[in-house]
Design a protein around this ligand. Sequence first.
Ligand code: FAD
Length: 387
Amino acid sequence: MDDPPEVAAPEVTIVGAGLVGCLLACFLARRGHAVTVYERRPDPREENAGRSRSINLAISERGIDALRRVGLDETVLKAALPMPGRMMHAPDGTLSFQPYSADGRRAINSISRSALNRALLDAVGGFPGVRLRFRHRLTTLDPDTGRMEFDTPGGPVTAVAPVIIGADGAGSAVRARLQHRPGFDLHQEYLDYGYKELSIPARDGDFALDPGALHIWPRGRSMMIALPNPDRSFTCTLFWPERELAELDTPAKVERAFTENYPDARALIPDLAAQYALNPVGHLVTVRCEPWTVLGRAAVVSLIGDAAHAIVPFYGQGANCGFEDCAELDRCLAETGDDYAAALLLYESRRKVNTDTIARLALDNFVEMRDKVASRAFLARKRAEHA
Ligand code: FAD
């Protein structure tokens, strides 16, 4: 009997080698698929590759479950700092700890974003079927033919792929190529709050605050949070209406605002005014779009992670959610026998309802974090829940 004809491995292009694009590449390569990942930035593992968006992020069981499925949970958790609760900082410096679970044992994990990205890139590089193309910025995409054009240091490069997945973040270029098609809904909602990162250095070689907590300074109109880093520093993220952030335009104004609102944190940041002047203001957007998956004449194009559903960071679930997308798509591929068109439609039908919900919860949690976590009623309710 003749040997059965060899079936070529499905070929997939992922645009974006951020957290979600890399994890997706691992899932697909593990299925034996040929994957090419295009990333506009240089390889972050190179020296002087530049700083990424925020320094650390909280990864919870949702994200860890997805990492576990590709065998990366232990590598990632080794460098993580568990935070089993949140520490509230009152204006007078009083601290109160609120555990995340009744037994106090469950924790979210503070993880360096760049270390996580590097670990994922190393894992991607370990699969023979994956090609990584850095310094390739997608500029054009035809969803009907799968033809793409990239800007590279050596000039424009074109490529064609039958399956293209946009993992290129909240400002997705892939999504931008889909949004003018009839029937494509896009809703973008900017919060009038911006954020600024500040660093609390180690004090006498040790953490200046308890490293076993996510620290929160709720102040009604503004709010600050801080997560610990393995080098014993903390990264603070200050959220404030954009106009008021911009109004702090002299060292004296920054000094006054911090002394009034965050006196205990102020004492831990010796070069506060210099950091404030140097660090940029980040913007906060919720993106909802539909459909995520478009079937062209010769290609299927889909979205994943922030490209499909960017959310505000107040639930600490954006990356976790993107990781869950990857695990779900992997399940859908298994259920459809690696039929990408069917799998991507199925994945979207299962994930969209969940990502819409977390987007809403994340906005609600902003009100809770900046305001209600400190209220007496809230604290009494929490105490009753844990009694
Ligand atoms: P991104 O991380 O944005 O990666 C997209 C990649 O695509 C980038 O590498 C980019 O360079 C590349 N790219 C973009 N355009 C192109 C192009 N045209 N061509 C080629 N490549 C391109 N989430 C959590 O789970 N926990 C947290 O604690 C948390 N904290 C956060 C705090 C802040 C202040 C913010 C802003 C977000 C936070 N998030 C958190 C959300 C999290 O950062 C995102 O959900 C996550 O980074 C999304 O990953 P992604 O890979 O989809 O997109």
